[in-house]
Write a protein that binds this ligand. Structure first.
Ligand SMILES: [Zn+2]
Length: 274
């Protein structure tokens, strides 16, 4: 399904649009005999839910898409419910999941940039860009995207997986961290690995990236080879880290996450079935 992004909706939209409606980070879904769906209707206001001004997202396979924030205290019509976005990946088409993440990021930005961060004046929507303008001082605010590196460190038949205290019990993942001002992505990977587990790495290879809308990260994924040092966890961000043989891994993040993708890509060369 091809998605074409746009900011300004064309005039005279007809037919049903797809509505990505969020309340406190949760997506509005519709349940019928066929399963769970993202609502499709001509006008969101037909649902009788109080909401803010919608944001146009563009078209998915020719169908118009909008993001909209549901106001607190709204009663949902029968068969509608709110869904945690992290659990949506397994229920809908990947293109819809990606768009739901895009919608959530735009709405979060909309909500947190209602005033100019320089002078405090209420902002106004830009005429044709995804941006907010200050009518007093002219400052422009764009959606925030926070680059975050994520890396699978490997040592031949072993991979380095770590866990933080916030993870579900027993789950281990790849190392990750935010890029700091002035850093290249490569510098961030080397720094994060050394800070979190105390080892040196080499031979960085970029594999893939993934928007992660909680609330506005862009995960940039690498493989790296172990170079030197012994694992020494920082005890703050990381509570445990170990080398795991590829045929005996602990519980890892679910399919659809870039962490799992990085792990599975490495395992492919060993012809292991997971
Ligand atoms: Zn201003």
């Amino acid at each position: 399904m091809e998605f074409i992004a746009a900011v300004v909706p064309p005039s005279g939209i007809e037919g049903e649009s797809i509505w990505f409606a969020f309340h406190e980070g949760q997506l509005l879904m519709f349940q019928d005999e066929q399963g769970s769906l993202i609502p499709q209707l001509a006008r969101f206001s037909d649902l009788g839910i109080s909401h803010r001004k919608p944001h146009y997202l563009g078209t998915l396979a020719g169908q118009h898409c909008f993001a909209v924030t549901i106001e607190p205290g709204s009663d949902l019509p029968d068969q509608f419910y709110l869904q945690d976005l992290r659990k949506l990946a397994v229920e809908v088409d990947p293109a819809l999941f990606m768009l739901a993440g895009r919608a959530r990021q735009i709405l979060e930005w909309d909500d947190t940039h209602r005033y100019c961060s320089r002078c405090g004046t209420p902002t106004q929507a830009h005429a044709y860009d995804r941006a907010k303008l200050c009518p007093t001082c002219g400052f422009t605010q764009y959606p925030r995207i926070a680059p975050c590196i994520i890396v699978l460190v490997t040592r031949g038949y072993e991979v380095l997986l770590a866990r933080s205290a916030q993870f579900p019990p027993g789950m281990f993942s790849t190392l990750a961290g935010f890029v700091e001002p002035g850093e290249t992505l490569e510098m961030a990977v080397h720094r994060e690995v050394e800070e979190e587990v105390g080892i040196k790495i080499t031979n960085l290879r970029y594999l893939a990236s993934q928007p992660w809308p909680f609330p506005h990260s862009l995960m940039i994924g690498y493989h790296a080879d172990y170079a030197s040092g012994e694992i020494r966890v920082d005890g703050v961000e990381i509570e445990q880290a170990d080398w795991w043989p590829v045929n005996s891994l602990p519980k890892t993040p679910p399919r659809g996450s870039i962490s799992r993708f990085l792990i599975d890509q490495y395992l492919d060369q060993f012809a292991l079935n997971r």
